[in-house]
Design a protein around this ligand. Sequence first.
Ligand SMILES: NC(=O)c1ccc[n+]([C@@H]2O[C@H](COP(=O)([O-])OP(=O)(O)OC[C@H]3O[C@@H](n4cnc5c(N)ncnc54)[C@H](OP(=O)(O)O)[C@@H]3O)[C@@H](O)[C@H]2O)c1
Length: 294
Amino acid sequence: MKITITGSLGNISKPLAKQLIAAGHQVTVVSSKPDKKADIEALGATAAIGSIGDAEFLSSAFAGADVVYTMVPPSFAVNDYRKYASVFAHNYAAAIKSAGIKRIVNLSSIGADIDGGTGPIAGMHEAEIVLNQLDGVAIKHIRPGIFYVNLYANIGMIKNLGFNGGNYSADTRLVLVHPNDIASVIAEEIVSDFEGHSVRFVSSDESTAGEVTAALGAAIGKPDLKWVEFTDEQAIGGMIQAGLPEYFANLYAEMNTALRNGILWTEYDAAGTKPTGKTKLADFAKEFAVVFGG
Ligand SMILES: NC(=O)c1ccc[n+]([C@@H]2O[C@H](COP(=O)([O-])OP(=O)(O)OC[C@H]3O[C@@H](n4cnc5c(N)ncnc54)[C@H](OP(=O)(O)O)[C@@H]3O)[C@@H](O)[C@H]2O)c1
C-alpha cells in the first residue's frame, strides 16, 4: 500500500514508519525540516518536506496514497489551542478532498469526546469534528491515553526537588500508553477495512500517580521517591517557573483537573477498553531510568 504519514520522526510517526516499511509498504513521511530528509530516507521512506499548515503542499504529499495518517503537532507558540488544532484539521480536510483520499487514520486523544474543560485535548475534540465533516472518507480516530513519555518533563522536578508531583493526588488513576503501542495500533488500522467514522482507544497500562512514582523511583535508584499533590495555583506556578508559557501552564492544569475528576476515562471505560499495549509501566520505567541518567 501507499501510505503518507504526518508527524515527521516524532514519538509515534517514527516507529509507525518503521513498522509499515518492514511490512513492505511504500511510505512517505511529512516533515517541516529539510534537514530531516536524510534521516527519513535512511528508514526507507520518501520525505515530503513542507508545512502541514500549507494545504497545497499537503495535497501533493497525500496524492496517490491509499491511506493517510494525520496528527496535530504540539506547539507552544499559540494562544488558542482549540483554534490552532481546528486550522490544521481544516488544512487536512482540504488536502484530503483535493487529493481524493478515501481513508485516514487520525491521531486524537482519550477525552476527545468532551467539549472543553480538558486543556489541549479540546483541540483534538475540535479536530475530530472538522474531519468528520468529510463525506465519503473512512476515518478511524485513534484515542490514546496519557503518553508515558510526558513523564520526562518531570525529570527536572525529581532531580532538583527530590519528589514527583502535580495537581492531583497520589491515588489518581492514570491510563498510560507507550508511543510504540500506539504506532502498532495505527499500523493495524491502516491495513484494516474500517468504514464510516469510528473511534479506537489505546492504552498500555493503568496505574495511580503514586504507583507510577514508585516504579520510576525504583528504576532510578530512589526507592523512597514520593508523589506530592499540588494545588492548581502551585502547579501553574511551577510550570511557568520551569519555562512553560502561562497559557499552556493553565491549559495543562485544566487537563490535570479533568484527569483528577476521572472524566477523561468515561468513554474509554464505556467502550470496555483494556490496556493491551505491550509496554507495561515496569518496562517504561527502565527507559525512563536511561533518560534520567542521561
Ligand atoms: N502527550 C500525550 O499524553 C498525548 C495523549 C494523547 C494524544 N496526544 C496527541 O499526540 C500528538 C503528538 O504526537 P507525537 O508525540 O507523535 O508528536 P511529536 O513527537 O511531537 O512529533 C510531531 C512532529 O511533527 C512535526 N511538525 C511540527 N510542526 C509541523 C508542521 N507545521 N508541518 C509539518 N510537520 C510539523 C515535527 O517534526 P519536524 O520538526 O521534522 O517537522 C514534530 O517533531 C498531539 O496531537 C497530541 O495531542 C498526546
